[in-house]
Design a binder for this molecule. Sequence first.
Ligand code: ADE
Length: 368
Amino acid sequence: MADQSKLIMKACLKRRNGKARKLQNSLLRWYQGNHRVLPWRSNPTPYRVWVSEIMLQQTQVKTVIPYFNRFMVRFPDIAALAEAPEQEVMALWSGLGYYSRARNLQHSARQILERFSGKFPQKFEDILALPGIGRYTAGAICSIAFNQQQPIVDGNIRRVLTRVNALRVRIPESFFWDQMKLWIPAQDVSTFNQAMMELGALVCLPSDPHCPKCPLLHVCLAKRLGLQNSIPSARKKQITQNIKIAALVLEQKGKFLITPLEKGDFIPGDWGLPYLKIMPGMAPEEVASVLCRKVLGRTIPLVSCTRVHHTISHYRISAYGFCSPAFRGCKPIEKARWTSSTGKLLVSSLFRKIIVNYRKTAATQEES
Ligand code: ADE
């Protein structure tokens, strides 16, 4: 880091530290009157805080709420999660994306069962050592569930701190953690950390922040300088990739042919409808025919039955579904299985969507 920005960071930490008490009181008071009622905030056990924080990574609060509630009904505690079949965990995660999060949750639950007799560890280092848990999540569990004086920094908190300090230089991650360490009170850590996140989520918004409602107005340098709309400067978004695929929808006695997905595939789960990427210059029909030979060892008459659009993280997928109206069953040459459309093996909602659309098309054709 350039010497100049090091000096700026040091000055910021010193200046704000002097106002920590006033800032804490003001923020805690604001939180009491303004926070959202969220399911994980009632009865914040380490297990509930942990699951919610993992779900909230990369996913919005309103999306997480129903998933969290269903998850808690089916897996009310660490033992229930550890002992469940992996496919059941994946099925409850279906639609949330980033499936390694669910896999790590279960691995961690199993480790807690084995190494800590099923009791959630309380030491920061023990929590940090669990699969899928980083500094933020370990800090969130320690502070929110155990009220330990551990700082947390997420996107919302980063934005609040950037504005309060009117930072326009590139900011090292360590600055945010140092600032939070200086600000967290000895008591009420749980509320304080949640209040900082809540402030970023409700008031200190990425654009058009609601400054008049902000409990940190009196210490915010960006506001004082009239720079609250230009700090922090907009970040470049991750580039969306468009992908086309051809998928086979082969039905036999109400069940669908599925094949294993390759490890590291961008589509979540272990199984899916047979599919291939459509490379530029290729026609979907051509690819479907190649796919058919790959899976069945021969070609069969195929017709286009559906077109589905679906997004998985930064992949925007156009899926062309092909079925075979004359299909009466077959023996696939590759490793394959038959599953119902609601079966637990079909984790990705992309495939479920294709099947739903395929059924709609088939029903319309029967009617006419
Ligand atoms: N985002 C990340 N963690 C959160 C929490 N505990 N409450 C609300 N939003 C969050």
